[in-house]
Design a protein around this ligand. Structure first.
Ligand code: NAD
Length: 508
């Protein structure tokens, strides 16, 4: 007898309720660890995008959401953080079975980060300078002047599959904090946790404030980016799609935030404490099977330490346990899909062809109990030069390139020799050296003796082709507001107006 297990179905979330796709079509979401069908999800069309944008528009234009007092809105953000904490188990499960992230990481980091982000932005909202008064000037005439910060309107958020829930909240939290409404298009591999988030957030915000339409990027994503009633686009994904989105958004001159790819350099200095630098560097690259935009994928090692470092990295990499992300014993889960696995394997092949030395991993793995999953061994290449394909292109998989250097200036030059500029790091006991390197690295975040340490109150974003704008912290609130200057004249008599003499001077 075969037991029929019911697969959950997720419609769109529009205007405070679950809504079928206008086409009635659904698409499949698979668990990357087991290959099993995890859920069926409504497949969006431009008509669904239009419904969601109209709901968001109506909530923004006609509701009292945008004019709520900062204190009340801060309370909404606190309520959302409570909702996330109360639904943590279900959110973590949905995230793990679709993204392949380990429950150990999601439970002990992602959920806490999301709760912390809403609480932190709630505090920032209370202190936010929604209205600033400027000094009364003698020129061009006495006047009261204000700077007001207002919500932008309807925001479109387009998110990737690697950290779907966390990255969605980087957009939802500041958008709502500043009184905007939002329509989110999650990646097709991982829409489940975002749909669930919308449902739980909608319990504490008016209908239409948060909406989710899943479906193909080229159709649903482009419909959002080009929709005339969308005022802002916040995109996280590859640099390639980011370029296209920037071009499409130009059609209606939309405010745009782009969080794109990375190829982050990690520099070990001669005086580094290797007992921390080595596991730290592997944490920097192998967390979530290397599918993190700010992973430290290029490791620069001085000649003097090269052999010792490589030996240490290989010994530590051998301790990592691949497995089902739902098993708390698992260190490293699968990669997202068969296609991604093949892309990663083709990069590994390219590394070998270009003459790099494969010293660890490099193969697909069959994990017992997860035979249909997409697992790749953590992989280490040595003798990599910075011009090789594996050192220049974003692989988005568990592949570390170890690059030799003989002096620090050379290391920094190679570190910056990339189109990307998302993150960088340095391991040293010398604080002055550390700040010198941090100053010279062209990256939006630099970690000293650490990696992946993002904070709710600190900005995150890229230099160069890693993006435009910043998420989290005060900077993210600025990114979801527009600025208005209001001038009030204090000169009651016409003749005392500076402009009267400028235009009507000959009548005087
Ligand atoms: P992707 O660019 O393929 O897709 C991202 C999102 O864009 C998905 O929702 C996709 O459906 C949508 N999309 C695709 N084509 C589109 C189009 N033409 N118009 C509108 N939307 C479209 O990226 P991915 O493979 O999901 O994620 C991996 C990439 O994301 C990596 O490059 C990684 O570095 C990057 N990333 C960046 C950050 C950051 O904060 N900088 C964080 C996480 C991931």
């Amino acid at each position: 007898m075969t037991v029929q297990v019911e697969v959950p179905a997720f419609p769109h979330f529009i205007n405070g309720k679950w809504e079928q796709a206008s086409s009635l079509e659904m698409f499949d979401v698979f668990n990357p660890a087991t290959g099993e069908l995890a859920a069926k999800v409504a497949k969006g069309t431009p008509a669904d995008v239009d419904r969601a944008v109209k709901a968001a528009r109506d909530a923004f234009d006609n509701g009292d959401w945008k004019s709520m007092k900062p204190k009340d809105r801060a309370n909404v953000l606190y309520a959302i953080s409570n909702q996330i904490a109360a639904n943590a188990e279900e959110l973590a499960y949905l995230e793990a079975i679709s993204s392949g992230g380990t429950v150990r990481r999601i439970g002990s980091s992602d959920i806490l980060q999301m709760v912390d982000l809403f609480q932190t932005l709630a505090k920032f909202t209370l202190d936010y300078p929604f209205s600033e008064t400027l000094p009364v000037p003698p020129f061009p005439g006495p006047a009261h002047n204000f700077i007001w910060r207002e919500p932008i309107g309807v925001c479109a958020a387009i998110t990737p599959w690697n950290l779907p829930m966390v990255i969605a909240t980087w957009k939802i939290a500041p958008a709502l904090a500043m009184g905007n409404t939002i329509v989110i298009k999650p990646a097709s591999y991982t829409p489940l946790s975002t749909l669930k988030l919308a449902e739980i957030i909608s319990a504490v915000v008016p209908p239409g404030v948060i909406n989710v339409v899943a479906g193909p990027g080229a159709e649903v994503g482009e419909a959002l980016v080009t929709h005339p009633e969308v005022d802002k686009v916040a995109f996280t994904g590859s640099t390639e799609v980011g370029r296209r989105i920037m071009g499409l958004a130009a059609g209606t001159i939309k405010n745009t935030t782009l969080e794109l790819g990375g190829k982050s350099p990690n520099i070990i200095l001669e005086d580094a404490d290797l007992s921390i630098a080595l596991p730290g560097s592997l944490f920097g690259v192998f967390l979530h099977s290397g599918q993190l935009c700010e992973s430290g994928t290029r490791l620069f090692v001085p000649d003097k330490l090269y052999d010792q470092v490589v030996e240490g990295l290989v010994a530590l990499a051998g301790k990592l346990q691949l497995g089902n992300p739902l098993d708390p014993a698992t260190d490293v889960g699968p990669v997202i899909s068969r296609k991604q696995k093949e892309t990663i394997l083709s990069y590994i092949e390219a590394g070998k062809q270009e003459g790099a030395t494969l010293v660890f991993g490099g193969k697909e793995v069959k994990v017992p109990g997860c035979e249909e999953g997409h697992f790749i061994e953590p992989t280490i290449f040595t003798n990599v030069t910075n011009d090789m394909k594996i050192a220049q292109e974003e692989i988005f998989g568990p592949v570390l390139s170890v690059i030799r250097y003989s002096d620090l200036d050379e290391a920094i030059k190679m570190a910056n020799d990339t189109i990307y500029g998302l993150a960088g790091g340095v391991w040293t006991r010398d604080v002055n050296k550390a700040y010198e390197v941090a100053r010279k690295l062209q990256a939006g975040v630099v970690w000293i003796n650490d990696w992946h340490m993002l904070r709710s109150d600190a900005p995150f974003g890229g230099y160069k082709q890693s993006g435009i704008g910043r998420e989290m912290g005060q900077h993210s609130l600025d990114a979801y507001t527009q600025v208005k200057h209001v001038h009030t004249s204090m000169s009651p008599e016409l003749e005392r107006r500076n402009w009267y003499g400028i235009l009507f001077g000959h009548n005087k």
